[in-house]
Design a protein around this ligand. Structure first.
Ligand code: HEM
Length: 399
């Protein structure tokens, strides 16, 4: 992110709905559908039974028997999201059914053609992304309003826990207008140059970051080992990528689903003016934009191009405001520190890796390489440390 000067301040009013963000749910898809029109029964049946079908090695045969369905009967955004989610799960199961040693190199056209079409319509790549498995993969389990996932993989409780905790973190990022409206308020504060409103907005952002960390701590209670995700980019088992039969002649490479595809965190970075000093970490985070829904990506860009908060705080020279800003940055550092510790504990500790590899998740195609490479394809600890240190770099020196 470039260092923006306070003098180039043209403010575009931010309407969160335009960016597919709800005041209550943030980037999480509100009230996702749990079923598609009857015509799409073959997809829904396979996705719902993915664990059994992969464990019994039947999924690939079932996919080959599947009819080639048109995507023209998907009438709404929510239907398209559910279709993308279901087809992503089937694709992951199909590719990794036989484990990391024998990934499928070609996706048959009954799956590839509608998958690429619905991906195109949504502006997402044809691979399981965070916008699927976390943001659109939930329902209320019972009248007590407990959450459940729509689809999960073998090693169900691990995957489910990861998806649901991430969902809670996302929701905490925006519940009751806290973060989302906090950002809008902050931007408007810049427009009116009202230091008091900016102060309030920063306190709201800090509260949201604190709540995100609290939700994040639930991950610890799960005592699970492995983040579910997989990819066909920089993956030695699929060096050329995956061929989508009937759509593209050449194989394509895509990074796997990763919480690095969360738009919320990147919005806070943009707001606070966090600049990635490590070029490869910066490039990785930027690349993750391609795996977000276009309106979500557009919000990050809009905030990045709005009047620079940090420069404004520096310019007014109000030490109280600078301290509030620093508290917000420090909450962001704490969140990243906590995440870093989790990753060190659950991914890079050898015993945990071995357990994870033994669990039989169809995504284990990547499991054994997680000490060196995360699901997105980065070296996780070096990458996460660089991102955390860049966040620290946003602190304002108060004399
Ligand atoms: C035990 C659970 C978790 C593990 C093992 C884990 C692992 C990782 C790894 C390996 C990366 C590096 C990028 C990659 O390779 O994909 C990463 C990045 C990231 N993760 Fe997680 N993650 C976990 C939970 C979460 C949760 C619940 C969230 C919040 C929704 C989250 C948010 C992020 C973000 C935002 C990044 C990008 C780096 C940053 O901006 O700080 N992670 N994670």
């Amino acid at each position: 992110m470039e260092d923006r000067k306070p003098s180039d301040t043209t403010v575009t009013p931010i309407d969160l709905e335009t960016f597919g963000v709800s005041e209550e749910f943030g980037f999480v898809l509100e009230d996702p559908l749990t079923d598609l029109p009857e015509y799409y029964r073959p997809w829904m049946d396979l996705a719902a039974d993915i664990t059994c079908l992969t464990e019994t090695h039947q999924l690939r045969d079932k996919v080959k028997e599947m009819p080639l369905l048109s995507t023209q009967y998907l009438r709404s955004h929510r239907e398209q999201r559910l279709a993308h989610l279901a087809l992503s799960f089937i694709t992951m199961g199909y590719v990794w059914q036989e484990g990391q040693g024998q990934p499928a190199k070609v996706l048959p056209q009954q799956l590839a053609v509608p998958y690429c079409a619905v991906s195109d319509a949504l502006g997402l790549p044809p691979i399981l992304v965070y916008a699927d498995c976390v943001l659109a993969n939930w329902k209320l389990k019972d009248p007590t309003k407990n959450l459940d996932t729509l689809f999960t993989f073998p090693g169900a409780e691990t995957c489910k826990g990861f998806f649901l905790v991430s969902l809670l973190v996302e929701k905490a990022a925006s519940t009751g207008m806290k973060v989302t409206y906090g950002i809008v308020t902050a931007m408007n504060s810049l427009q009116t140059h009202s230091t008091d409103r900016l102060q309030e907005a920063l306190v709201m952002v800090t509260q949201s970051l604190r709540r995100m960390k609290e939700c994040f701590q639930l991950m610890h209670l799960l005592m699970q080992r492995l983040q579910c995700g997989s990819r066909w980019k920089d993956n030695p088992m699929l060096p050329e990528g995956l061929r989508y039969e009937g759509v593209f002649q050449e194989p394509l490479q895509f990074s796997g689903g990763s919480a690095a595809q969360s738009s919320a965190i990147q919005c806070f970075d943009a707001l606070l003016g966090v600049m990635q000093t490590d070029p490869s970490a910066g490039a990785f985070l930027k690349r993750m934009h391609d795996y977000m829904l276009p309106p979500h990506r557009a919000l990050i860009q809009t905030i990045s191009h709005s009047p620079p908060l940090r420069s404004y705080v520096l310019l007014v020279g109000d030490s109280h405001l600078a301290r509030t800003y620093n508290t917000c940055v420090s909450q962001m550092v704490e969140l990243r520190d906590y995440h870093l510790n989790m990753v060190a504990r659950y991914i890079t500790v050898p015993g945990n890796r071995a357990q994870a590899a033994a669990r039989g998740c169809p995504l284990r195609g990547i499991g054994s390489a997680l000490d060196k490479q995360g699901t997105g394809g980065s070296n996780p600890l070096l990458f996460l440390k660089a991102v955390r240190d860049s966040t620290r770099g946003a602190f304002i020196h108060i004399s």
